[in-house]
Design a protein around this ligand. Structure first.
Ligand SMILES: C[S@@+](CC[C@H](N)C(=O)[O-])C[C@H]1O[C@@H](n2cnc3c(N)ncnc32)[C@H](O)[C@@H]1O
Length: 267
């Protein structure tokens, strides 16, 4: 089985991947909110690009069916002690919020360990309601108890540290993570309209995998998961249907060095 590769095809059938061979899956599925995937945006204007475009406006039933196929493949390829992390957000449509808790229906045979709130400072603006400033990360494990959770590698400084009360100056980062969205002046910024930040994925890869493990992203987009996996000396496999995004990932991967994000706590 090949690793460190992004396939330009749909992840509905991941025929290149063996059963129970993947250590961890992290992904952000398309949201079905009519995002202009596959188009280049320049100075606020959409410039049509060549190649296949993904239409982020499937009939809701077709959208859910596509996710069902992808998630069932995810379960097939995941190792027994593996984890799946899914980043998803509320959708706002026709004046009301549709929360994404339906995602749990696909994973009734797995164990929901956390619903992480990823909180950020800026994003779309509105004066009709409070500005949305969070997304979710659902964490499911295949086994109830046997799963990787390398907490020491992702602890954060305890600002309220008291030597008389706490053993360590580091603490569990909790299930609310404040991590900036990828803004226009970030080095990691690409043309992808729905890129998630490397720091978010760094924490997820750090806590749920070890060096040389295999990380899968079935909706690879601009290659964030692959770039962070490489920097942390993990292997990656990805799927992405828009060829332009694969090119963006490849360019991005050329620029990052294997192991550049490893520190002495990694094993
Ligand atoms: C929310 S984006 C992922 C963004 C990614 N996390 C990043 O940081 O760039 C979802 C991606 O899934 C791709 N996609 C949609 N349907 C797909 C399918 N069936 N198989 C593989 N990729 C698909 C879209 O083209 C889009 O790039």
């Amino acid at each position: 089985m090949k690793t460190n590769i992004i396939y330009n095809e749909s992840s509905e059938t991941m025929h290149q991947i063996n059963n129970e061979s993947i250590d961890m899956i992290v992904t952000s599925p398309p949201y079905n909110i009519n995002i202009s995937y596959g188009n280049k945006v320049s100075k606020g204007k959409i410039i049509q690009s060549k190649g296949v475009k993904y239409k982020d406006n499937l009939q809701e039933d077709n959208y859910r069916l596509m996710l069902e196929k992808v998630f069932s493949e995810c379960k097939r390829v995941l190792k027994k002690d593996g984890s799946i992390f899914i980043n998803i957000k509320n959708r706002y449509n026709d004046g009301t919020i549709l929360s994404p808790f339906w995602i749990q229906d696909y994973f009734k045979d797995m164990f929901l360990k956390n619903i992480i709130i990823w909180n950020f400072d800026w994003g779309g603006s509105t004066n009709k309601r409070f500005a949305p400033r969070y997304e979710y990360v659902f964490w499911f494990t295949k086994d109830k108890e046997k799963y990787k959770f390398n907490l020491d590698s992702i602890k954060i400084p305890a600002l309220n540290y008291r030597p008389d009360r706490y053993k360590s100056q580091l603490k569990n980062p909790s299930d609310v993570w404040k991590i900036s969205m990828v803004s226009g002046n970030f080095e990691e910024r690409t043309e992808h309209p729905a890129q998630y930040p490397e720091r978010l994925i760094e924490r997820i890869i750090g806590c749920s995998t070890f060096k040389n493990d295999i990380v899968l992203d079935p909706f690879m987009g601009s290659g964030t998961t692959a770039a962070v996996a490489k920097k942390m000396s993990r292997n990656y496999i990805g799927y992405e249907i828009v060829p332009e995004y694969i090119k963006i990932s490849e360019d991005r991967l050329k620029k990052c060095k294997k192991g550049e994000l490893l520190d002495e706590r990694d094993c």
